[in-house]
Design a binder for this molecule. Structure first.
Ligand SMILES: [Zn+2]
Length: 130
């Protein structure tokens, strides 16, 4: 099995329950951020705690890409997902022919291999239609 490497450290965790995105929550005003930040962008407070974000959210918008990128071959889908904590996450969407995307539909986090690089599996996150 190939070595696994996150595409970026500190953005998500893997686990038997499917893992989670890691956000930060301001200890002063309670605002939640993703990606995590060291300073509250609402009130300027510098004490934030790491929290696991909800795995389910609602699709705010999406687009289908038809130009190849260095990591994704067309067609591929990208979307913005609204999570209950009040954050909007930009992420790839799992393509399915059976269920076309619709704004507002429920989506769920999937953590797994996004692409291969230098013999390693690059791990990241995407969302799939529930
Ligand atoms: Zn704050």
């Amino acid at each position: 099995m190939a070595e696994r490497k996150p595409f970026h450290e500190g953005l998500f965790k893997e686990g038997p329950d499917g893992g989670a995105l890691l956000g930060s929550k301001c200890t002063s005003c309670g605002h939640v951020f993703y990606p995590p930040t060291g300073r509250c962008l609402e009130c300027g407070h510098e004490e934030l705690t790491e929290i696991e974000l909800s795995r389910r959210g609602a699709l705010y918008t999406y687009t289908i890409g038809y130009m190849p990128t260095s990591h994704f071959m067309p067609p591929y889908a990208l979307g913005e997902i609204d999570l209950p904590e009040g954050v909007r996450v930009f992420a790839p969407l799992e393509m399915t022919e059976a269920k076309p995307f619709e704004v507002g539909q429920d989506v769920e986090l999937v953590i797994g291999k996004l692409w291969e690089e230098g013999g390693k599996d690059i791990i990241g996150y995407k969302f799939k239609i529930v």
